[in-house]
Design a protein around this ligand. Structure first.
Ligand code: GSH
Length: 199
């Protein structure tokens, strides 16, 4: 299998962590979908990473589908089987991915010419990041999101790492002390420490 991703993508990081936690062999193919020489559209008509290319050549996207697929391949299960626990973990994933989506929207908007940038749009997306972090902080009751380490933690740690990478001046994680402590704890896991986005 091959995973097409950039090393800064929080969605790609989710999958890279999952692969390591589940000890699944997979080649990582770095690609930046914003570059002119990107190969991503050959594998995903939407032109977005991450994409998983299976050994038979079939492709899977987006990260939520890839996560479900990889989790079905081997233990330990990182998405619980029991219905309510499963839905809660997937809700956490949706919250974390939503934070990452909004943070990425700010980053992309700021790459445009200054005259073209919409400050209203940036403020709207920053509001989502802050509200999402507020909800995560409100819900976080222990060392993990949902009672034991799961996809929820992988998604949240990836989102927090991305906020630190792209929005440290706008949304310092220090403003959310329980989330800062949580991320430091999560980074004790080799799979999470080893997939930090390059600065
Ligand atoms: N919902 C998607 C989001 C993927 C996504 O937004 N990836 C970004 C990089 S972080 C991307 O490839 N953007 C390129 C584009 O939008 O053209 C997932 O979970 O995989």
């Amino acid at each position: 299998m091959k995973l097409i991703t950039s090393l800064t993508s929080p969605f790609g990081r989710k999958i890279r962590v999952l692969l390591q936690e589940k000890n699944i062999a997979c080649e990582i193919v770095e690609d930046v979908p914003w570059n002119a020489d990107t190969v991503t559209p050959q594998f995903n008509p939407l032109g977005k990473i991450p994409v998983l290319v299976r050994d038979d050549g079939s492709t899977l996207f987006d990260s939520r589908v890839i996560a479900q697929y990889l989790d079905s391949l081997s233990s330990p299960a990182l998405i619980p089987a029991e219905s309510e626990a499963r839905i809660q973990v997937l809700r956490w994933e949706a919250l974390a991915d939503g934070i990452s989506d909004a943070a990425a929207a700010v980053f992309i908007e700021r790459r445009r010419d200054a005259a073209l940038q919409s400050q209203d749009w940036i403020a709207r997306q920053l509001g989502k990041v802050r509200a999402g972090l507020g909800e995560a902080q409100r819900l976080l009751a222990g060392e993990t999101c949902n009672g034991s380490f799961s996809l929820a933690d992988i998604a949240l740690a990836s989102a927090l790492g991305y906020v630190q990478l792209r929005l440290s001046a706008d949304v310092p994680l220090a403003d959310y002390p329980p989330l800062s402590t949580y991320l430091l704890d999560m980074e004790k896991r080799p799979a999470i420490a080893g997939t930090r986005p390059p600065a």
